[in-house]
Design a binder for this molecule. Structure first.
Ligand SMILES: Cc1cc2nc3c(=O)[nH]c(=O)nc-3n(C[C@H](O)[C@H](O)[C@H](O)COP(=O)(O)OP(=O)(O)OC[C@H]3O[C@@H](n4cnc5c(N)ncnc54)[C@H](O)[C@@H]3O)c2cc1C
Length: 347
């Protein structure tokens, strides 16, 4: 069997793994690889046709995110919220309209979409990134860890798992990981792994012309949250939102019809005149969730201190947003854990 020897292996090429990789490179450490299961980097950051079907927003108080964007010369812009928004909170009462304060600090988006951050972080480490490489086992040997991907073996001094803990549990560990760690991995909900996102593009931002923000909020509709998703240059027009999970098992055609009818009702008949319609159900993604969720224990308690420990003779580390004691679940948590992991393996 083929064996590749490196100093460090990063498992998972999402935001946390890529953040660690870039710090290693900055510190002059080139002897590492990133093993990514999917055929793309980014994990839960995924943009298609200019629409963020994964992560979108960050806030002013997310200092690590703001710093990282600055470092890679990426600009940001405020989530559009001007005009009237629609609130539907009761199936019997009519919809309500409300306006948010345009001067209030709000959610921010990345110019060029969230994928711009992944592109910027991937570029310096392209040579280290191995796609289509799902890790199936990690074995402790005398002076290194053996990591297996299909018929390729890797030997590394240290390995960082940057995969959601619940998914990382599927890797075979020899010797087995401690029971208390397995228990925490099993019960750490993967943030947003149950989300279904929808993106609809239009020839123009008809809602803005009508004095509407594009925001529709309401747990009882086919879309529970909808927002304007035009690009920063304001020359591509779309709406993006979260689909009601009650529609998960319906056909795409049926979901689409219900969503468009709902939008036509609340934004006007122009909502039916769309250019493209796309969706993504993250619960169907093997490397994020891997199963359809009926009911899920969703404790928001991230950053369990057990993830600060090392395993398999001090050679195995955990990272990723769910392990972060700072803004766990968010982009901010992924970046913080990535920075922290780099510091830990280099110390
Ligand atoms: C729909 C949705 C909306 C979101 N919206 C926001 C938002 O607006 N703001 C915000 O702050 N956060 C948001 N998030 C959360 C945000 O996307 C995550 O916090 C962040 O992207 C996590 O990065 P990560 O690197 O920790 O994990 P991931 O992005 O999950 O990366 C893990 C990587 O590991 C890979 N992998 C898995 N198993 C293996 C294996 N066996 N071998 C090799 N590789 C493997 C995966 O393919 C993946 O690339 C959202 C998430 C989703 C899904």
């Amino acid at each position: 069997m083929n064996v590749k020897k490196v100093k460090f292996i990063i498992i998972g090429g999402g935001l946390s793994g890529l953040t660690t990789a870039n710090i290693l490179l900055e510190k002059g450490e080139e002897d590492f690889i990133i093993l990514e299961a999917r055929n793309r980097a980014g994990g839960r950051i995924f943009t298609k046709e200019g629409i963020d079907l994964g992560a979108t927003w960050f806030q002013e108080q997310h200092i690590y995110t703001n710093d990282l964007l600055k470092k890679y010369n990426l600009d940001s812009f405020k989530q559009y919220s001007r005009g009237k928004s629609v609130l539907i909170y009761n199936s019997m009462a009519p919809a309500h309209l409300f306006e948010s304060d345009p001067n209030a600090p709000g959610a921010k988006r990345i110019c060029g979409s969230s994928e711009a951050l992944i592109k910027a972080l991937s570029k310096p480490v392209t040579a280290n990134l191995e796609l289509d490489s799902p890790v199936t086992s990690i074995k402790m040997l005398d002076h290194y860890l053996e990591v297996k991907v299909s018929d390729q073996n890797y030997h590394a001094e240290k390995v960082i798992i940057c995969v959601p803990p619940k998914i990382a549990k599927n890797i075979e560990y020899t010797p087995p990981l401690p029971d208390n760690l397995i228990e925490v991995m099993q019960t750490t909900h993967t943030w947003m792994s149950n989300a279904i996102k929808v993106g609809i593009s239009y020839p123009e931002a008809f809602w803005k012309k009508k004095g509407l923000s594009g925001t529709i909020i309401g747990q009882i509709g086919p879309v529970i949250e909808l927002y304007d998703h035009c690009n920063a240059l304001e020359n591509k027009y779309s709406l993006m939102g979260f689909v009601n999970e009650g529609l998960r098992e319906e056909t795409k055609a049926s979901r689409k019809e219900r969503i468009l009818t709902y939008l036509e009702k609340h934004l006007g008949p122009e909502a039916g005149n769309y250019k493209s319609y796309i969706e993504k159900d993250w619960s169907k993604e093997k490397y994020t969730s891997g199963k359809s969720l009926k009911s899920e224990y969703m404790s928001p308690q991230y950053g369990n201190p057990i993830f600060e420990k090392t395993f398999l003779d001090g050679r195995l580390y955990f990272s990723g947003t769910e392990t972060s004691s700072v803004y766990g679940g968010y982009l901010e948590g992924a970046i913080y854990s990535g920075l922290n992991a780099a510091k830990r393996i280099l110390s």
